[in-house]
Design a binder for this molecule. Structure first.
Ligand code: COA
Ligand code: MG
Length: 287
């Protein structure tokens, strides 16, 4: 698994922003053909995104493209155009069913074969951002082995169910938690919602730390200034790593001595804490 702490969207119709995004330190750059692009610039954006994949140097950043929703008349042409440029992954917005995931995955599979790429070398990331997407999330999460991540779209979800967005986010909390649980159950990565107030770094930090605490591996962002705060929130601190290492060592020692539960620093430790500590160490290893 790769690190996707900061997944930066950039409108596919804006060449300057795509240049900036490619040169940025975002773990993932998502060239957007969906809601970041005005309806009257969709085909222009498609051509620009193809050119960006072809010409721009993305450094260590993952190259993702978000195509238009599967049930639109744009998705097929989007996919056909961009897949030839071998992006690292395709982001599917507003996924409503497992069938939609399988349909797109099969199309990508044909392109992989035609280009002699390894099977499932191009990832699929599904956005859960509608009531129907949430209701069908189990079927979506288990739909296809190409699927690598679930992404929670908080703004779209709130709009779809008629919730009023607040900064503290209790109106989307159930959906957000459900995305994490389903991702974990199906071995997928979970990526958290946006913080749209891109000048409010304290707000982003608060939300992202909460997301990391819930089990998300990263968050979506819309502005380069959000890269650092997002990455920081999803990177274990030196202190957290140290604590996790001590716990793992103590667990191994106690197991040898025949104890499954023991006390460390005045608190009980048993198997679930070991699992959490190992997760922290695994996260610290991600590049
Ligand atoms: N990717 C790359 N560069 C970006 C960027 C992004 N998402 N957002 C802003 N920048 C660049 C700007 O081009 C500008 O570059 P410059 O100094 O070289 O001219 C610099 O960062 C500062 O930008 P700023 O003036 O603060 O913001 P803005 O008014 O130009 O743009 C938004 C604000 C919200 C329109 C812009 O951040 C954006 O388009 N975000 C992505 C929106 C999107 O994709 N939405 C759909 C997915 S949710
Ligand atoms: Mg959306």
């Amino acid at each position: 698994m790769r690190a996707r702490r900061a997944l930066l969207y950039v409108p596919g119709s804006d060449w300057h922003k795509m240049e900036r995004a490619a040169a940025s330190a975002a773990d993932s750059v998502c060239l957007d053909l969906e809601d970041g692009v005005a309806a009257n610039r969709k085909s222009e954006a498609r051509e620009l995104v193809v050119r960006a994949l072809n010409e721009l140097e993305f450094g260590k950043s993952e190259r993702l493209v978000r195509i238009n929703r599967v049930d639109s008349d744009l998705a097929e042409s989007d996919l056909k155009a961009v897949i030839a440029e071998r992006p690292d992954g395709i982001v599917l917005p507003k996924v409503a069913s497992g069938d939609q995931v399988r349909t797109i995955s099969a199309r990508i599979g044909f392109a992989e074969q035609a280009q002699k790429l390894a099977k499932n070398s191009i990832d699929l990331l599904a956005q859960i951002e509608s009531a129907i997407g949430l209701v069908n999330i189990k079927e979506i999460a288990g739909a296809d082995e190409r699927l690598d991540a679930l992404i929670f779209g908080g703004e779209d979800f709130a709009g779809d169910v008629g919730a009023k967005r607040t900064t503290e986010g209790s109106e989307v909390f159930y959906a957000r938690s459900s995305v994490v649980a389903h991702a974990a159950a199906f071995g997928l990565m979970a990526i958290d919602m946006l913080w749209i107030d891109f000048k409010d770094h304290a707000g982003l930090k608060r939300m992202a730390e909460q997301g990391a605490g819930l089990g998300f591996s990263g968050t979506q962002i819309i502005h380069p200034d959000q890269i650092k705060p997002a990455q920081l929130a999803f990177t274990p601190t030196a202190r957290e790593i140290e604590t996790a290492k001590r716990l793992v060592d103590a667990f191994e020692q106690n197991s040898k001595e025949g104890r499954g539960a023991f006390a460390l620093d005045g608190k009980m430790v048993d198997m679930p804490m070991l699992v959490s500590a190992r997760r922290v160490l695994a996260r610290a290893e991600l590049k």
